[in-house]
Design a protein around this ligand. Structure first.
Ligand SMILES: *Cc1c(COP(=O)(O)O)cnc(C)c1O
Length: 343
């Protein structure tokens, strides 16, 4: 009998549910490059209203929404300030340099979270020797930080500082809804703090494709132009937008289950003699380190033979992510496999 694969590599591996597929099949579509796909417009409107932002733009990926934001906010030679492990800097193929010709000043944040004081210390004086500090990016939740989320007050402080110093403030909210569920914060409060926000529909929300960029009407107007240049303008994209609408309607509140399962998996890992540290679990991401007795490659192979997939996340460091397609029996199976793991 073939074992069912338990894929904990990322929350991007989910497959559309029956309900989501039905919504996609039933979508009314048009040509979104001509601006007449009603389902894309419905998704963009829904997302904008949710955050109290003026306008929104549906894009193929979160990399594209982040990169468009950087491009619209900056001019070549400007400087972007973000955490050293930020997705926009670390995992987007050097896109800030490639697309925008901007430089980056990195901050050593606390598990991906930066403070107002750290931002302040990175702002360059007005002097022709220095790049112009232009944009601050915060990531919530933080991917490299192991799903850590911000204290809303810190985001408010950074936002205020940015306004006072003519800096733009972008939120990489690929997993914003995980932070929202964990904190109970209202998206309208978040919308007030940022000049632009990117949210992913294809992470914990379970859509197959897509991210949404939010901002002012003028910002989104410019963003639409950049999306076209990057080749991200799509035609009957309403089939994909329908999945996004379904995800926003049905898959936000259930993130709580993912967080609960992540915490329980964390306890299983803490009980393993070969696990030296489990990074505190705040949402749906687990990052843990293995002792020298358990080489990471061997551990990953052992799991793989048992039909469990996890991700190498640095030397002797492993990442697991819970999501929509991880079920209760799968957690039970993982518990068994971990218990039987020989050192
Ligand atoms: C996944 C992710 C993105 C976007 O990734 P895509 O794969 O391009 O959709 C952006 N930021 C963070 C923090 C992410 O985890």
């Amino acid at each position: 009998m073939k074992k069912q694969v338990i894929d904990l590599r990322s929350d991007t591996v989910t497959r559309p549910s029956r309900g989501m597929l039905d919504a996609m099949f039933a979508a009314k579509v048009g040509d979104d490059v001509f601006g007449d796909d009603p389902t894309v417009i419905a998704l963009e409107t829904k997302a904008a209203v949710l955050f109290g932002m003026e306008a929104a733009l549906f894009c193929p990926s979160g990399t594209m929404t982040n990169q468009i934001a950087v491009k619209v906010h900056t001019r070549p030679g400007d400087e972007v300030i973000c955490d050293a492990g930020a997705h926009v800097y670390t995992y987007e193929g050097g896109g800030i340099a490639f697309n925008s010709g901007a430089s980056v000043r990195v901050i050593q944040g606390d598990r991906g979270r930066i403070t107002m004081e750290q931002v302040a210390s990175c702002v360059n004086p007005t002097d022709i020797h220095f790049p112009v500090s232009r944009l601050v990016v915060a990531e919530n939740t933080s991917n490299r930080g192991g799903g850590s989320y911000y204290d809303q007050q810190e985001l408010e402080r950074i936002s205020l500082f940015c306004r006072e110093h003519s800096l733009r403030f972008h939120l990489d909210g690929a997993r914003f809804f995980n932070a929202m569920i964990a904190t109970g914060n209202d998206p309208l409060q978040t919308g007030k703090l940022f000049d632009s926000i990117s949210i992913c529909l294809s992470k914990g929300l379970g859509a197959p494709v897509g991210s949404v960029l939010l901002g002012t009407g003028e910002f989104i107007h410019q963003a639409r132009r950049v999306r076209k240049v990057l080749g991200g303008a799509m035609r009957q994209a309403g089939y994909l937008a329908a999945a996004g609408i379904f995800a926003l309607d049905h898959h936000i509140n259930r993130l709580e289950e993912d967080h609960d399962r992540a915490k329980r998996i964390g306890r299983l890992l803490e009980a393993c003699p070969f696990v030296t540290q489990v990074v505190p679990i705040e949402t749906n991401i687990l990052v843990f380190t293995l002792s020298g007795m358990m080489p990471d490659v061997e551990f990953l192979n052992y799991l793989k033979e048992e039909g469990i997939l996890a991700l190498g996340f640095g030397p002797q460091t492993i990442r697991m992510v819970t999501h929509l397609d991880i079920t209760e029996p799968m957690v039970g199976r993982l518990a068994e496999v971990l218990k039987n793991c020989q050192m």
